[in-house]
Write a protein that binds this ligand. Sequence first.
Ligand SMILES: Nc1nc2c(c(=O)[nH]1)N=C([C@H](O)[C@H](O)COP(=O)(O)OP(=O)(O)OP(=O)(O)O)CN2
Ligand SMILES: [Zn+2]
Length: 115
Amino acid sequence: MPIATIGRTFRFESAHFLPKVPDGHRCKNLHGHNYRVEIEVRGEVDARGFVKDFGELDGDIAPLLAKVDHKLLNEVPGLENPTAEIIARWFLDQIPDAARVKVWENDDCWAEVSR
Ligand SMILES: Nc1nc2c(c(=O)[nH]1)N=C([C@H](O)[C@H](O)COP(=O)(O)OP(=O)(O)OP(=O)(O)O)CN2
Ligand SMILES: [Zn+2]
C-alpha cells in the first residue's frame, strides 16, 4: 500500500505567561493567544483509501483540546512553561501516531516538533 501524510488543523484560545523569560520581558505578564495546532499523521493508505479517518483524528485531539481551551496553560500539567515549542511537544507526546505537530501562537510565530 502507498504511504501518505494527512493533516488536520485545530484551534484553541488560552491565557499564559512565560515564567522563565527575564524580568521586564513583556511575555512574563499574563496574556492570551488564539492558538492553531496542526497535527500530521503518516502511514499506509488502507482499503478505505485513508491513512486515518479525519474524524478519528478529531476524536483523538478533542480530549487534549478540552484541557487547554479557555484555560490558563501554566496550570495544565506539563505546560508550566508554555512556550510554543513546549506546547507542540505536549501534543506530540500524547498523540502516538502523530509524526509532526506545529503550534502557531499567532499568524506569524510558530514552533514545530516531529519524530
Ligand atoms: N521561541 C519562542 N519565542 C517566544 C515565544 C515562544 O513560545 N517561543 N513566546 C512568546 C510570547 O508568548 C509572546 O506572546 C509572543 O511573542 P511576540 O512576537 O511578542 O508576539 P505578539 O503577537 O504578542 O507580538 P506583536 O508584536 O504584538 O504582534 C515570545 N517569544
Ligand atoms: Zn504569549
